[in-house]
Design a protein around this ligand. Sequence first.
Ligand code: GZL
Length: 335
Amino acid sequence: MKRMRTYLPSRKVIAVLAAALLATGTAACGNSDTGDNAGKGDDGKITLGFSQVGAESGWRTANTTSIKEAASAAGIELKFDDAQQKQENQIKAIRNFIQQKVDVIAFSPVVESGWDTVLKEAKDAKIPVILTDRAVDSADKSLYKTFLGSDFVKEGRLAGEWLVEQKKAASGPVNIVELQGTTGSAPANDRKKGFAEAIAANPNLKIIASQSGDFTRAGGKQVMEQFLKANPKIDVLFAHNDDMGLGALEAITAAGKVPGKDITIITVDAVKDGMQALADGKFNFIAECSPLLGPQLMELAKKVHNGEEVPARIETEETTFTQEQAKEALPNRKY
Ligand code: GZL
């Protein structure tokens, strides 16, 4: 009977097979733990950690909606954190994103200063950072890949230039009160700067009081009440956003004055409620600030994740509205 020979591969063949298996194993392993899948969700999606300022205004709500909807449409896994307008919560969120090894971090910094340490931690972890909406004052531009948002100085300037045109025939002082946004934030600092530079063209235009209402309706109402008590003659209100202007409307009406007539009201944002107040004649002019940053942010996230070059600064398209223009634009307003 012919004996069945059991063929045993030589040591050399075993070594070659083992090496092949190991290589395949490593390759498979490598794709899941390191290389270009690092931080990706289980299904290979890019993960984006986003730290949002809070939910302080209609603008912020629209901005959050834009980001969440765009992430879903782009197939990006979004880890979203609401900082309730506290910088320490944003820093905590960014550290969590680093721990979770997300692919990209984006955030809207509630204030301009105090970010270098945590942004250095993200850089050391090789996680690219995108600034959206608000800027930081870090001297080290390598701490983030790009800024996507508005030119706040221009928004303030446009508001001031409109007022200069409106009051060019004024013979005496025009008393202005200013509701500033969140203290230390880029929009508050820059809108104030742009507005002041523009109204310097007419020495009759004087800011007699300026205080933060923190971008909220409640803050706008509370500070406007104080302005009205302390200043018998107020001709103009410049509010750094619609929400503070809407809050101020309540104080102005309660003081027996007619908003839009006794007091000219200029705001920034052009969210739906602000545009309605403008169309109704309670506001007089709005400089737009678009919150619809979601789609551009997702495209940028994919590019920086893939190591592609992106511009250092990407500004959003914006316009201004008079009362007549608001009436025309309202029906098609997205936010
Ligand atoms: C501006 C944004 C500001 C809005 C406010 O880009 O940061 O914050 O103008 C919002 O309405 O609260």
